[in-house]
Ligand binder design. Structure first.
Ligand code: SF4
Ligand code: SF4
Length: 432
């Protein structure tokens, strides 16, 4: 008989690390707002341990507790016992989804929309058209299912792009100079459907760093929203397609921190056989964040970074996406870029790596608390006096724009790929 808690058992040693000290309570963004034990890593860990020794089917209350997590890894970073609550929560979501099934809306999106790019694009267009008919204002959509409730809470939602990146970018973009590397560009859904111009800018930077850029259209969603919700089976198929798309590339670069960590975590959650694990590991090792690759390729020559006129003279600050800082350990590289850009003033905000409260679909299903968490980020941005906050995750950008708009704060939200171009290598310094 199949083990109904097979995923949790895979990470059982992680679950058993917790020594109940409660230290995570000082850092967990959700606990800091709600002050409820079940929001805390310790509380979730305890529930998962109970599930391991119990015979009962996993309850709805269990699901609500494990669903109430941003997977920001803040607790993991500070836990003295190195408890991996992220592993435990994701595994528990997998076992719950297998035993009780996912909510209908999530199931429909994950199984039918996300894997089919044409259908997903058409659905987004339809949603964008329908959005035009929705009245705006707090609390006006209480009758909508919880999955959509944030739409009715006056949330600032970006427009769907008139043309998607996959319809404007060639599948192979030649390097400006002799190609040094063959780089696959993984756009992710947000860049493809909402911010295609950003995708174009990133590709231009890479081409000017002598990379041949491959934008294989077989790529789809990274699968992170799917497997982080517990649907490992669907995510496994998505992973296989993405890996096929970038076969033959020296590395796979993305400007989306969530996609980057999502692709890198395939071996942790999706591999079923040792061969599959090896294949996923080989792929994960090739995945690189955009700012990290730029710093690598420029080595000591950061003087080739040229600030764009649109941001010249601005004071900017940096928001560390959880999926970049804590998942990929990329903190120094974007700061090095910002500090190297002449004509830009870089200031640190307090707690730059504090979670913005997005947490993927968490900000849709738990909008109230997500909003409160984002408010702290707005306070931090205001405290440092920046004209613009720069980051590396389209998801964080959406969350920050919403939070800043609610406070009427005149602060731009930019992706680091929008700030600079690359000067030709041989250009004499005097001509810059
Ligand atoms: S998760 Fe870590 S920090 Fe939190 S109670 Fe357990 S041991 Fe302490
Ligand atoms: S991952 Fe983040 S939200 Fe989840 S329990 Fe840890 S600190 Fe709290």
């Amino acid at each position: 008989m199949a083990d109904r808690l097979e995923n949790i058992r895979k990470f059982q040693t992680d679950v058993e690390q917790c020594m109940k000290c409660g230290f995570c309570g000082y850092f967990c963004p959700i606990y800091r707002e709600e002050r409820q034990e079940k929001g805390l890593a310790r509380g979730k860990d305890q529930l998962i341990r109970f599930a391991l020794v119990g015979e009962q089917p996993l309850s709805k209350g269990f699901y609500q507790a494990i669903d109430n997590c941003l997977l920001c890894r803040t607790c993991v970073a500070y836990c003295p016992a190195k408890t991996r609550i992220d592993h435990a929560v994701i595994a528990a979501r997998g076992d719950y989804a297998a035993e009780r099934g996912l909510p209908l809306a999530k199931r429909a999106v994950f199984r039918y929309l996300l894997p089919n790019r044409r259908l997903f694009g058409a659905a987004l267009r339809l949603a964008s058209w329908l959005q035009g008919f929705l009245p705006r204002g707090e609390g006006s959509f209480r009758h909508l299912p919880q999955f959509l409730s944030a739409l009715g809470a006056g949330r600032t939602i970006p427009d769907i792009a008139p043309r998607f990146l996959r319809s404007i970018l060639a599948e192979s973009c030649p390097a400006a100079g002799g190609p040094r590397r063959r780089v696959g560009f993984f756009s992710g859904c947000a860049t493809d459907y909402l911010f295609p111009e950003l995708g174009r800018m990133i590709v231009d930077v890479l081409r000017n760093l002598d990379c041949e850029v491959v934008f294989d259209r077989r790529q789809g969603c990274c699968g992170a929203p799917v497997y982080l919700s517990g649907d490992f089976r669907t995510a496994r198929k998505m992973a296989a397609r993405n890996i096929d798309a970038f076969e033959g590339c020296d590395c796979v670069v993305t400007g989306c921190a969530t996609c980057g960590s999502g692709l890198r975590e395939y071996p942790t959650y999706l591999a079923e056989t040792p061969e599959e694990k090896q294949r996923f590991e080989r792929f994960a090792a090739k995945v690189k964040d955009f700012s990290a690759l730029v710093v690598d390729l420029l080595a000591a020559d950061l003087g080739r970074l040229a600030v764009k006129p649109s941001v010249r003279g601005k004071t900017v600050t940096w928001h560390d996406p959880c999926h970049l800082a804590r998942y990929q350990d990329v903190r120094a590289q974007p700061r090095r870029i910002l500090q190297a850009l002449e004509g830009l003033r870089f200031v640190e905000m307090p707690d730059a790596d504090r979670c913005c409260g997005l947490g993927g679909s968490f900000s849709i299903t738990h909008y109230e608390v997500s909003r409160k968490i984002a408010d702290h980020k707005v306070d931090a941005i205001a405290a440092c006096g920046a004209d613009a906050v720069v980051t590396a995750c389209p998801g964080c950008m959406i969350q920050l724009r919403d939070a800043l708009a609610r406070r009427n704060a005149a602060v731009a939200v930019l992706h680091i790929g929008e700030l600079f171009t690359i000067r030709p290598a041989a250009e004499p310094l005097g001509l810059r």
